[in-house]
Design a protein around this ligand. Structure first.
Ligand code: NDP
Ligand code: 2IT
Length: 444
């Protein structure tokens, strides 16, 4: 039966390789749930869950600072709304096409289910490349993007947020245009907002912090901790920066991070203030980090592969498919005992197999990076009640949510006879919650 479902996914979504990969990974782990729940099979829950409720593709015309006209493509895949309004980020990166948006939206359904919060799954974005663009160009692009997308959004309908290439600056421009077009101050229509206009404490930090909290729980479950451990984090964007910050607070030493041009090794531990200055304020390349830190302390390796740096804990926090089977083998050889996916689907299937066979504690993105969207749901709660919580309270909530997700993964994996398997635990835990709600709401 699975083979025919998967064949159908291939046939209906030609060329969308990332979506095929994400679908296959879920199919491979939910067999035991379907065996226990024949009603899911009779009601074609799996077939339905693979088909987005709605897919929107639109033209985004905009003008650069020299007056040249550009045309990009915008996407929003509204995948599943049985648990709540569609919720998931927007990605601006030249590689974006329907297959990437669909894989991310599909993952988001189960991730959001796993949080236990009332949010459905969706994702969007554009093949727009913000790199090297001025603030004004980014603003004009965001305004044009929202001029089409606004009609599909709403605090009870679809609530976007950030992802690769979309941070607080872009969210501000997007929200500003939504507000202008609709003439409504509808704070809960988008999350990741700045604190001056309805944003929530800890949302900026949430994905990275949550990733570190989850991995701390995985280490604790094995009688260990971050204390004194050598850690490598890939990427140097939103998720990576705040994962580095929290790992350091928890006692780990992050010795390397990367961007799409190369990586830096800093044996004294990445200097967080410097990294933030270069990446968040100046929006420069990582090579500038080594130049300013001093080449006697930090080494920049242009075009290098960060997984060549030996570590005990690896936190891939850049993009999909960044850890190959070979990278996983190198990590295992270098003494890696735990991997936590800050990014979405950063480990290729072969890499997951290598980690599993080597007994490495492996936390999948759906669970490990769920702190971002969970804190987005907390932002929506605060917006709905016109309230704002303190940093300390919000961080405590995040920590509890991550600890609950960790426990749910392990309990679910136990219940279905796969003890310690976080991949099965996360997929089944998320799927079950969505499937039960789909059953309850009837054939829609
Ligand atoms: P950012 O845009 O802030 O940072 C992305 C980082 O990854 C940059 O250092 C970037 O390098 C690098 N990167 C991006 N694409 C590639 C690529 N194709 N090859 C090599 N390096 C690349 O994004 P985020 O930190 O927000 O997102 C990182 C990951 O985390 C993504 O997988 C995202 O889906 C996931 N995620 C994000 C959440 C959030 O709240 N932001 C929540 C949950 C998951 P460069 O600058 O050179 O492009
Ligand atoms: O992949 C993700 O979970 C995100 N990019 C965050 C989504 C959100 O709505 O906060």
């Amino acid at each position: 039966m699975f083979a025919s479902v998967y064949d159908d996914v291939l046939r209906r979504n030609p060329g969308e390789t990332e979506f095929h990969q994400a679908a296959r990974e879920v199919l491979e782990t939910i067999g035991p749930v379907l065996a226990k729940h024949p009603e899911y099979v009779e009601n074609k829950i799996i077939e339905r869950v693979f088909e987005p409720e709605r897919q929107i593709i639109f033209r985004v015309p905009w003008e650069d600072d020299r007056g040249e006209v550009h045309i990009n493509r915008g996407f929003r895949v509204e995948f599943n709304s049985v648990l709540g309004p569609y919720k998931g980020g927007l990605r601006f990166h030249p590689s974006v096409y329907l297959g990437i948006v669909k894989f991310l939206g599909f993952e988001q359904i189960f991730k959001n289910g796993l949080t236990g919060l009332p949010i459905g799954g969706g994702k969007g974005g554009s093949d727009f490349d913000p790199k090297g663009r001025s603030d004004r160009e980014v603003m004009r692009f965001c305004q044009s993007f929202m001029t089409e997308l606004y009609r599909h959004l709403g605090e009870y309908t679809d609530v976007p947020a950030g992802d690769i290439g979309v941070g607080q600056r872009e969210i501000g421009y997007l929200f500003g245009q939504y507000k202008r077009i609709t003439n409504r101050y509808e704070s809960g229509v988008i999350t990741g907002k700045g604190l001056s206009y309805g944003g929530a404490q800890v949302r900026t930090e949430a994905t990275g912090y949550g990733c570190a909290f989850f991995v701390e729980e995985m280490l604790k479950a094995r009688g260990s901790s971050f204390d004194g451990r050598r850690v490598v984090v890939s990427g140097s964007g939103n998720v990576a920066i705040y994962a580095i910050a929290k790992v350091r607070e928890l006692g780990g030493v992050v010795v390397a991070c990367s961007d799409s041009s190369g990586y830096v090794v800093d044996e004294k531990g990445i200097d967080l203030d410097l990294l933030k200055q270069i990446k968040e304020v100046e929006r420069r390349r990582l090579s500038a980090y080594a130049e300013r830190r001093g080449t006697d302390v930090a080494t920049y390796v242009p075009g290098g592969n960060v997984w060549e740096v030996p570590c005990e804990v690896a936190l891939p926090s850049a993009t999909q498919n960044e850890i190959t089977g070979r990278d996983a083998e190198a990590l295992v050889r270098g003494g890696c005992i735990a991997v936590g996916e800050g990014a979405n689907m950063p480990t290729m299937p072969e890499g997951v197999r290598v980690f599993r066979e080597a007994g490495v504690a492996f936390g999948p993105g759906k669970a490990v990076n769920a702190g971002g969207v969970a804190t987005s749901a907390l932002e929506m709660q605060q917006n709905a009640s016109r309230d704002s919580w303190t940093f300390e309270f919000s961080e405590r909530r995040l920590q509890e949510i991550m600890s609950d997700i960790h426990a749910r993964c392990l309990e679910t994996a136990d219940e279905y006879g796969m003890p310690g398997d976080y991949v099965a635990g996360a997929n089944i835990g998320g799927f079950k919650r969505v499937a039960d709600a789909m059953m309850a709401l009837g054939l829609i």
